[in-house]
Design a protein. Structure first.
Ligand code: CIR
Length: 253
């Protein structure tokens, strides 16, 4: 069960976040409303939401997931691969110090975004992407193994981050899209396959028995309901415009 979730309000600079989406600029007021709905949904899942203040210096800093990996045994401050985002970790370090006795760090030439890290119980999958390099992935693997976790490194072919195309629910149920549908590493799981035309819905989050998915992806929603999950749908249009999804907006502990 998750008890705490960290989110960060968005500043006005959010509309200038990094993007490859070609969906136009986000509408700030709409995004604020969508973020508030996200916070409410988390609260209805029974977690305490820690809401950090916005930081105008970092347009993408509402995507807190990329700044840290939080586990039951340790927290690791990442080294975000995008230069404009790297300084976001300073604030997160201060926040996580209040939750963990000691923090680990990805350092030096190793880069890593939290969006590239998927936890399945005691096993972590670390994507190699434009943001996460081999050095960063190996550093994280070593840290996780020190705490008794297992870790596999997964080179990505097309997805932006690992979790752009994959999510773990519970009971071996894995949501997969694109390159992960037939991936060797994930063949032992029960798969909920998200169709190519609904790929964005693969970035969903499982919070205390509920699956939160983006609104407007009917086939994906029906598949999750068919597996017996209560589904909460959230409008995510303004975050999608800057390559963000549901998992990116929080750190769940
Ligand atoms: C970025 O390019 O870094 C942001 N605009 C989006 C980050 C999304 N984060 C994630 O998938 N974990």
């Amino acid at each position: 069960m998750f008890t705490h979730v960290i989110v960060k309000k968005l500043g006005k600079s959010f509309v200038n976040g990094l993007t490859t989406a070609n969906l136009g600029k986000p509408d700030y007021d709409k995004a604020v409303k969508q973020h508030a709905a996200y916070v409410n949904a988390l609260k209805t899942c029974g977690v305490e939401v820690v809401e950090l203040e916005a930081d105008e210096c970092y347009p993408d800093s509402t995507f807190v997931e990329d700044t840290a990996i939080v586990t039951e045994k340790c927290a690791i401050i990442t080294n975000p691969g995008a230069e404009s985002r790297n300084g976001e970790i300073k604030n997160m370090e201060g926040v996580l110090e209040t939750f963990y006795e000691e923090l680990e760090h990805i350092q030096g030439s190793g880069t890593l975004d939290g969006g590239d890290v998927l936890q399945v119980n005691d096993h972590f999958y670390i994507g190699l992407s434009d943001r996460t390099n081999k050095d960063g992935a190996l550093q994280l693997k070593n840290i996780l193994e020190k705490y008794g976790y297992k870790a596999d490194i997964v080179p990505l072919k097309a997805f932006f981050h690992l979790k752009t195309g994959i999510a773990y629910l519970d009971n071996q149920n894995l949501v997969v899209a694109g390159e992960f549908v037939d991936h060797e590493l994930f063949k032992g799981f029960e798969k909920i396959v998200v169709d190519d035309d609904e790929e964005y819905a693969a970035n969903c989050i499982y919070v205390n028995g509920n699956v939160i998915i983006p609104k407007g992806f009917e086939k994906a929603k029906e598949k999750m309901i068919a597996k017996g999950y209560p589904v909460i749908e959230l409008e995510m249009s303004e975050f999608q415009k800057v390559d963000g999804g549901l998992s990116c907006l929080s750190l769940r502990m």
